[in-house]
Design a protein around this ligand. Structure first.
Ligand SMILES: [Zn+2]
Length: 254
């Protein structure tokens, strides 16, 4: 079986097709899907899907950096309260985004730091969003790594050197559709990774893998990403399936 370590399929655009989607995922052996939260407005959606398919869909909870605004402390308070109500697989997605909107960078850094501290207190892994902020997010984890922090850099598209820093931290590298894009230039990085550090993800509905680039993404496309990993690394698809599933279970403490 495969594990999709990062997919937003709780969003409204998927809701009326949930049954079909989960059954299509099972047909291509995608049998576990981790759901990163975005902000306070997505909490109920994440819970609805996780409650409907408790064996397949596992919730995370956190505040996404693109949704960190002036009121972020109120948002964090509301999100933190969720951890007293139910169990989550990870804190996510959290991090820093230097691509979309640079007006709240300080607040993003503070929200990221606060949520890293929750992770240490609650002994939960973190799922990190690092768009155009790999050096910043890696440094933040390095600063906080006390031997107890674990997690994944989701949708990793950095250099061999940045991957090495992540591996030295004991973190996982989440490989998604971006590695399949023509001219992405990520082959050497993918080849450089130890098997022990690789997990797969789709980030659905974003970043559909080639040849579906630009279309809405779904976890059904996860095997396309696995095939690309296998071809870059000259491994069999079964090996990639096995070790990435084993790694995903380690990442989420299963
Ligand atoms: Zn995401």
């Amino acid at each position: 079986m495969y594990v999709d370590t990062h997919a937003h399929i709780y969003l409204d655009e998927f809701r009326e097709h949930w049954d079909q989607l989960i059954s299509d995922c099972a047909d291509v052996e995608v049998k576990k899907i981790y759901l990163p939260n975005i902000d306070e407005t997505s909490i109920d959606q994440v819970h609805d899907l996780a409650d409907k398919f408790p064996l397949v869909c596992k919730p995370m909870m956190g505040l996404h950096p693109c949704y960190v605004k002036g009121n972020y402390k109120d948002q964090l308070k509301l999100i933190k309260e969720q951890f007293a109500q139910r169990q989550y697989s990870a804190i996510g997605e959290i991090g820093i985004d230097l691509h979309w909107d640079l007006s709240f960078v300080k607040e993003q850094e503070q929200a990221f730091q606060a949520q890293i501290e929750w992770a240490i207190d609650l002994k939960l892994p973190i799922a990190i969003h690092s768009r155009k902020s790999l050096d910043e997010t890696i440094s933040a984890v390095e600063k906080n790594q006390n031997g107890q922090l674990s997690g994944v850099f989701h949708c990793f598209n950095g250099t061999v050197e940045q991957a090495k820093r992540i591996i030295d931290l004991g973190f996982f590298v989440g490989l998604g559709g971006v590695i399949t894009f023509k001219n992405a230039g990520l082959e050497e990085m993918v080849k450089s990774l130890p098997q022990e550090n690789i997990v797969l993800e789709t980030d659905a509905p974003y970043l559909a893998p080639h040849p579906n680039r630009g279309k809405p993404n779904t976890p059904v496309y996860l095997p396309i990403i696995a095939e690309k990993v296998a071809s870059f690394r000259s491994e069999s698809i079964d090996d990639v399936k096995d070790y990435t599933t084993k790694n995903a279970n380690l990442l989420f403490g299963i």
